[in-house]
Design a protein around this ligand. Sequence first.
Ligand code: PLP
Length: 401
Amino acid sequence: MAKFNERFLDLKESYLFSEVAKRVSTFKEKNPDRDVIRLGIGDVTLPLGKSVVQAMHSAADEMGKAETFRGYGPEQGYDFLRVAIAGHYKEIGADVDADEIFVSDGAKSDTGNITDLFSADNTVLIPDPVYPVYVDTNTMNGRNIVYMNGTAENDFLPMPDRGVHVDIIYLCSPNNPTGACYNKQQLKEWVDYALENDAVILFDSAYESFISDSELPRTIYCIEGAKKCAVEFCSLSKTAGFTGTRCGYTIVPKAIKSVTDDGREMSLNKMWNRRQTTKFNGVPYVVQRAAEAVFSEEGQRESKAMTACYLENARIISDTMNELGIRYTGGINSPYIWFECPFGMDSWTFFDYMLEKAGVVGTPGAGFGKNGDRWFRLTAFNNKENTIEAMKRFRGLFENK
Ligand code: PLP
């Protein structure tokens, strides 16, 4: 019998969303007349922009004609999209060459797959709380994981510990689940730390389009030195409603190196290209044309309008937190609001309490790491009407207490 990769046995069972779904369905069975508002899962609710859909239609028509039909495309993505993404980087303050951009089916796959490039004996630094994919994929590879604490004291933005050496660092800004966002000076400290330690930063910028404060960095490459030490992952999922359409991109700068046991420097750009050409056959042409449309003038207008809707919902939620004097992060440059559970409850107790009393569903912070045990995530991914109603009910929790 083939031997199983026992590293998978080290994975913690992920109960989070299945447990949330189970508790909601039990509640609905017992209370069929109660209307439940969901501000839990991080999936978008608004449809694709018109110009994006139009581009998909045209591309589908091309695929239906012999003269314009396309078979396998380049594994790295079509040039038209790589050039459009490079143009976007220019707009957000960084120089990225088209051949440093790898188009993918999303940031989840790439943040997981990048681990292929690194030896299992690297030490990995991961924030807690955080998007769970980083922990699970490194556990599958059997890597040593060191955690850095995100707490109210550091505004959920852990900073480097200069006395400790690590090889690989995950940063996510704006963060899921906390919504916290590093400023340029803080990112510079991370870049300096990485350069001093010959470490690689894996920077997840999936929520960059929610940054409305022009002083905050939308890419790590606006920080000097970052192109020598950081790989960046981004996605159109939250930016343009592509969670079901699937398109992301990863930047692997040509200047960034890793080292072999016998001291040879390897180009991560070349090796990622090698990895992708072996294991990946590219994103559908139709989807890449849709993605290209996102970066057009009209597409950008549509995406900004979508983000503005979600940010308005986020404002409604953070206004409520302010009004009630609840500690929170996020909500300004992020679709997430991360708040301290009221009434001294832990996050699962508060989940049940809010569902029972208010019929509102959120996500217990405990699902994102031990530091989330007494914190809770609400998302702006719903419509305004539901968000207002959810916050009315939320306030009610305090009136009746
Ligand atoms: N990175 C973060 C921080 C996320 O929160 C998510 C999705 O929720 C992803 C990556 C995955 O994005 P994609 O849909 O591009 O796979």
